[in-house]
Design a protein around this ligand. Sequence first.
Ligand SMILES: [Zn+2]
Ligand SMILES: [Zn+2]
Length: 368
Amino acid sequence: MQIQAAIVHEKGAPYRIEPAELADPQDDEVIVQVAATGICQTDVHGRDDYYGTPFPCVFGHEGAGIVHRIGAQVKHVAPGDHVIMYSPGCGTCPPCLQKLPGYCFGARTIKMNGLLRNGKHPIRQNGKPIHGGFFQQSSFATYSLCTGGNVVRVPKDVPFAQLAAFPCGVNTGAGAVFNVLKPQQGSSFAVFGAGTVGLAGMMAAKLSGCTTIVAVDLHDNRLALAKELGATHTFNARTTDVVAVIKGITGGRGVQYSLEAAGEPKALRQAVDCIDSLGTCCLVGSARPKVDTSLEMVTVQWGRTIRGCVQGDAPGDTFIPKLIEYFRAGKMPVDRLVTTYPFADINRAVEDAISGKTIKAVLTMPGF
Ligand SMILES: [Zn+2]
Ligand SMILES: [Zn+2]
């Protein structure tokens, strides 16, 4: 079928919206009419060739929309259903069997080799193959071809622009807190990086009953929003010795839990140094390959845990609907993070996402 897709023709080139052809779904595949899609740093890393995804390519991995067509074996969604396309796994390797598809042994290939899981190109332009299947969706397009295994049905009363924040950013931050840190009622928590992932983690910390909630960022506008969304203390790391002030507000001990959502070596060091002995730091910030940091060995030795987390440590099909229920109940106001842009303005939206002008940039497709 004919679609409009934002094609990146070569490394670092702008996204160009052009007509293209989308393949028919195989038995286990689904075509989704994309209504809205988030923009994530991973889409920009893909454009800039950090992952080796071949060009020309269509990126986008936070799609929400309406099921358009299904293959013969697909039973869990039907045409007309509202769905989110989430991060895929192979379904058969040990992490996938443990319901931890974020650590799928085949993740890199399935998400980033520019092909469908069956090895085919989903998109063509004038008969010439275009790389797609980015996270088995390539949602920077009016329609996406994905596997039945990375589509989940969602309620029809939630706006698509809000749904598009869930599959990667909100899922990642909230999952790191709910599924990895698991803070107890009355505990203390600090987040480094008040973007979508960090603020989602902070909302989860508040829902878990944390009573000291610290947000650290380099931008005062983000810290102001963090305060409105539940931070008890906010600090700008440009102007404050954050480890010292966090120890100061916790009787010299440090917080019990921290979340590194900035992807910065300095922030990770601070996120470890600001936790109490027996505390846990979870790293979700996405850094480029080969970025490293240093830690003081004795700090770690004193019973502290440092744990990484990908895609919220949960399968999207069960965890994302739970988060949407929090949103519907007014307990996770993700709409406060979202700024929408028409699909045609994709390059401006990406610029605003990179500069930090917006927290969660979401593209809305024509007609939605
Ligand atoms: Zn992402
Ligand atoms: Zn797997």
